[in-house]
Design a binder for this molecule. Structure first.
Ligand SMILES: NC(=O)c1ccc[n+]([C@@H]2O[C@H](COP(=O)([O-])OP(=O)(O)OC[C@H]3O[C@@H](n4cnc5c(N)ncnc54)[C@H](OP(=O)(O)O)[C@@H]3O)[C@@H](O)[C@H]2O)c1
Length: 245
């Protein structure tokens, strides 16, 4: 990252729901490197403690953890209200919520699987977006992290694909209704090299590279209402070539 990029978000408040996760960790690290104050809410204090250790004390001075969920509209509203009260503003949100799941064909899915993988995750994404988008700074942005399986069915992971498709359409519907009042984008990721899967194809992005792309999207006014596809390192290069200097 260039020197200007490394200081470009000084004083900005960035909320990363899902920041405790495999991909979220890289997003949190990249925004901290860019100078932002990063607020990470989580349902679990122990996952927040683990994130603080992963980030380390040097970079972690501006990492603010919050043991609070956002699985219902009320919880997300309370979270957004609390963050605006405590930090005075929200500039950017990057929602990296929900993980991978597979093992059953659609006709084998039980009610519990459906609730956990589709309903809970879709509800959290909607709850976050409806609470935070109206509270964003005028020049702020909202980015939702999605996966390739939301655009292409993945056998034995159909409910992950269905949730991803709903998430991508949520973003498109927000864009259609906001009509440019706020910037909202989604990053459509391929497989990501991360702390739980440290090896992989050299063309795959790392979690830190997803973070680099998310920072670039947040600070580039011309990237609005887009599916930003990040399947490979080549895609990342194309995205970074577009970001504001
Ligand atoms: N890992 C990959 O290779 C990959 C590839 C393509 C796309 N993605 C996308 O990246 C995003 C994050 O994936 P990840 O691999 O980082 O997942 P992960 O490690 O399982 O992390 C998921 C995060 O979501 C949060 N979360 C909140 N409510 C949740 C709920 N009801 N169910 C599940 N998680 C919930 C968790 O926070 P707390 O538990 O702390 O509250 C956790 O921080 C997802 O949108 C995924 O589709 C990942």
């Amino acid at each position: 990252m260039s020197t200007s990029a490394s200081t470009s978000l000084d004083g900005k408040v960035v909320v990363v729901p899902g920041g405790t996760g495999n991909v979220g960790e890289g997003i949190v690290r990249a925004f901290l490197k860019a100078g932002a104050t990063v607020v990470v809410p989580s349902r679990s204090q122990s996952r927040l403690d683990a994130l603080v250790k992963l980030i380390g004390p040097e970079l972690g001075a501006n990492l603010k953890t919050l043991a609070a969920g956002y699985g219902t509209f009320d919880d997300a509203d309370q979270l957004a209200t609390r963050i605006v009260k405590e930090y005075g503003r929200v500039d950017h949100v990057v929602a990296s919520v929900g993980g991978w799941w597979m093992g059953k064909a659609l006709w084998q899915i039980g009610q519990d699987d459906w609730q956990k993988v589709f309903v809970d995750v879709a509800t959290s994404h909607m709850a976050l977006a409806r609470s935070f988008v109206p509270r964003l700074a005028d020049d702020g942005s909202y980015t939702t992290i999605a996966g390739f399986s939301g655009q292409k069915p993945y056998p034995a992971a159909g409910i992950v694909s269905m949730q991803g498709a709903a998430q991508l359409m949520m973003r498109e519907a927000f864009s259609a209704e906001l009509k440019g009042q706020r910037r909202i984008n989604d990053l459509v990721l391929g497989p990501i090299i991360n702390r739980s899967r440290p090896g992989g194809d050299p063309n795959w992005l790392t979690a830190d590279q997803v973070g680099e792309a998310a920072v670039g999207v947040a600070r580039t006014p011309s990237i609005a209402d887009e599916h930003v596809v990040l399947d490979t390192v080549e895609d990342l290069k194309k995205t970074l070539a577009r970001v504001a200097g």
